[in-house]
Design a protein around this ligand. Structure first.
Ligand code: SF4
Length: 320
């Protein structure tokens, strides 16, 4: 059964990130309160118990508290807010979000210091706001799960970002390889890093999190670029998810990712991960070619479970 619905509440935002994947949609504005309530009710009928409110930026909506309360009133037990994190520095507001029923917070941190984060978000002060927000949420004993989009400007900063997140005591952090759409497409020459080079820094960052006893993962990074860190591939853990956008209702997001969003290559037929791998977002090889994705030899891995259960071959602390 589908566990979670990802409700896109619209496209307005108080940042203008250089890599924003939704930038080309901003002209469509925000969905109405009623439209979002209808989406929540429809998904609930399918037995879904968790909702992630995404945007744009959900926390700048005037009806944010109303929508959270509504979700809880019709039986959602898990309400996650995906956010740029800036509004989480306001104690009064955060307390209201919690009282309304939000119980998982997913702010984004794209740099270990204001220079990198504020440059990427084009919002002076954004790093201080998001970091203060995480500190506040942790003081209030809330679950914090962060995301960081991997781009040229922060690739080498990933280990320092990991150190920061361990020190902030987040529950989990994810590094997500940039999806080349929206502003990332506009700015692709200055934004898109070489994925095999990024993987070196991703692994260093993940190891810092693993040693700090945090749940860590990397998204849109195929197994051939995650050797030694296979069990930290995000796609192993993404719950069955529906996505509700303005005029779109995706009931099986994994299928759409596999058939439309991502791609494999002819050489993948010789790879042991070919049955479980989604490959990279297809815009990456279209821009940079497919030579970095080299088949991994060995016994074919039949299921995601096999990676998670086989501690000898895929250990929790990666082998040197
Ligand atoms: S199936 Fe292809 S993209 Fe996936 S890990 Fe193997 S070589 Fe890489």
């Amino acid at each position: 059964m589908t566990e979670r619905v990802d409700v896109k509440t619209g496209y307005y935002c108080n940042n203008w990130c250089r890599f924003c994947v939704q930038a080309h949609n901003r002209k469509y504005g925000n969905r109405t309160t009623q439209e979002i309530k209808d989406s929540l009710a429809e998904a609930k009928k399918e037995g879904v118990t968790g909702v992630v409110f995404t945007g744009g930026e959900f926390t700048i909506r005037k009806d944010a508290l109303t929508l959270i309360k509504y979700a809880r009133s019709i039986g959602y037990t898990q309400v996650m807010l995906q956010s740029n994190g800036r509004m989480f520095c306001n104690r009064d507001y955060v307390e209201k979000l919690i009282s309304a029923g939000a119980n998982q917070f997913s702010p984004a941190i794209h740099g270990s210091c204001p220079d990198v984060h504020d440059f990427l978000t084009r919002a002076p002060g954004a790093w201080h706001q998001a970091v203060s927000g995480i500190k506040l949420l942790r003081r209030l004993n809330q679950r914090v799960i962060t995301n960081c989009v991997i781009v040229k400007a922060n690739m080498r900063d990933l280990p320092r970002i990991a150190k920061l997140l361990v020190s902030l005591d987040v529950e989990q952090f994810q590094f997500a390889f940039v999806h080349i759409m929206g502003n990332a497409l506009e700015n692709k020459e200055s934004i898109v890093p070489i994925v095999s080079m990024a993987s070196v820094y991703i692994k260093k960052g993940l190891l810092i999190g693993i040693k700090g006893r945090k749940k860590v993962m990397a998204e849109a990074m195929p197994y051939c670029l995650m050797q030694g860190y296979e069990r930290y591939v995000t796609e192993l853990y993404i719950p069955d998810t529906m996505v509700r956008e303005k005029d779109m209702w995706i009931k099986d997001f994994e299928k759409v990712r596999r058939t439309q969003g991502k791609m494999l290559f002819s050489q993948c037929k010789d790879c042991r991960f070919r049955l479980i791998c989604e490959g990279p977002w297809r815009e990456y090889p279209e821009m940079m070619g497919e030579d970095e994705f080299r088949p991994v030899p060995g016994k074919v891995v039949e299921s995601k479970r096999e990676v998670l259960d086989n501690y000898d071959e895929f250990p929790v602390i990666p082998k040197k």
